[in-house]
Ligand binder design. Sequence first.
Ligand code: ATP
Ligand code: SF4
Ligand code: MG
Length: 332
Amino acid sequence: MTTVLEVRGLVKHFPVRSRGVIKRRVGDVHAVCGVSFDLAEQETLGLVGESGCGKTTTARLLLNLIPATAGSVHYGGRDLLKLSRSQMRPLRRDLQIVFQDPFASLDPRMTVAELIAEPLRIHSLFETKKVRELMRQVGLNPEHANRFPHEFSGGQRQRIGIARALALRPKVLLLDEPVSALDVSIRAGVINLLADLQESLGLSYIFVSHDLSVIRHVADRVAVMYLGKIVELAPTDALFNRAAHPYTQALISAIPVPDPHKERERRRIILAGDVPSPVDPPSGCRFRTRCPKFATLTAQEKQRCVNDVPALQDRGQGHPSACHYAEAVRML
Ligand SMILES: Nc1ncnc2c1ncn2[C@@H]1O[C@H](COP(=O)(O)OP(=O)(O)OP(=O)(O)O)[C@@H](O)[C@H]1O
Ligand code: SF4
Ligand SMILES: [Mg+2]
């Protein structure tokens, strides 16, 4: 399988500044802390984790939209993070992002045709027939090209966002919670559209979501993030059948099961407390303050969790996880 993106040791610290006139740097938000993964051609990699764990920051770093503190993102033999704005410009065509609410940052006075045409105009590639073709491709009626976004439903608006992202014929799409704001009834339509587009256009996806049921449906492989780090990385079936990290096990245990009998018997793992502040993450394993397994360990075993950062590696489960005491558990 051909690797499209090669991400290594990605780090992002946001400065925390003091209040007052002289804003001194008093700390850092450790938003992304050494994230590494590959993305293969036509693959969908799911990126999952609770709010604030660094999914969106990772996506923005991959596109070089914000400067990274450290790390590399290789695409087409070049490290994107080392490129200047003008060197990045032609590559921007290949890597596009779709947001949860694609219109939050767009001008509501622009028609759908103008919105879809905008990236084409920026790259001097505009042709009216391309806009009509893009609308058709995402299942919208080209006759509606002169309407405004507010005249469309949520699902249709997300299709407009996808058409805009597709306008420059990208190779990689970063989908940041693309269906999270949509009614369950119209989610499937957008998910199916993305699957069809991936197949027909040979796209690779990074699909960000906090919803494991969606990820299970769409992803080939899944990276689970906690407090800025990937704690488990596995093919989707392996993750759901043999989760190795206690955090993944807790997330999977919270997914409702449609079968009422199984639902009654479902063992839920409730995580204690809140996610700690990314300004001062716990030493050793970042998950230890909420880890159900930690409580079952001997004092000596616990020392390892407190002192040593667990590397993301295969400890005999067939895929990598970042727990010193990783143990595959069948959850569903
Ligand atoms: N521009 C910024 N300045 C300071 N801190 C930031 C900035 N952007 C993000 N953060 C912080 O970085 C951490 C990661 O945020 P991020 O938005 O990447 O999380 P997320 O996983 O996408 O969450 P959500 O599921 O809520 O979208 C959070 O603690 C967030 O508050
Ligand atoms: S390393 Fe320790 S604290 Fe971290 S997940 Fe494993 S058992 Fe829990
Ligand atoms: Mg986000």
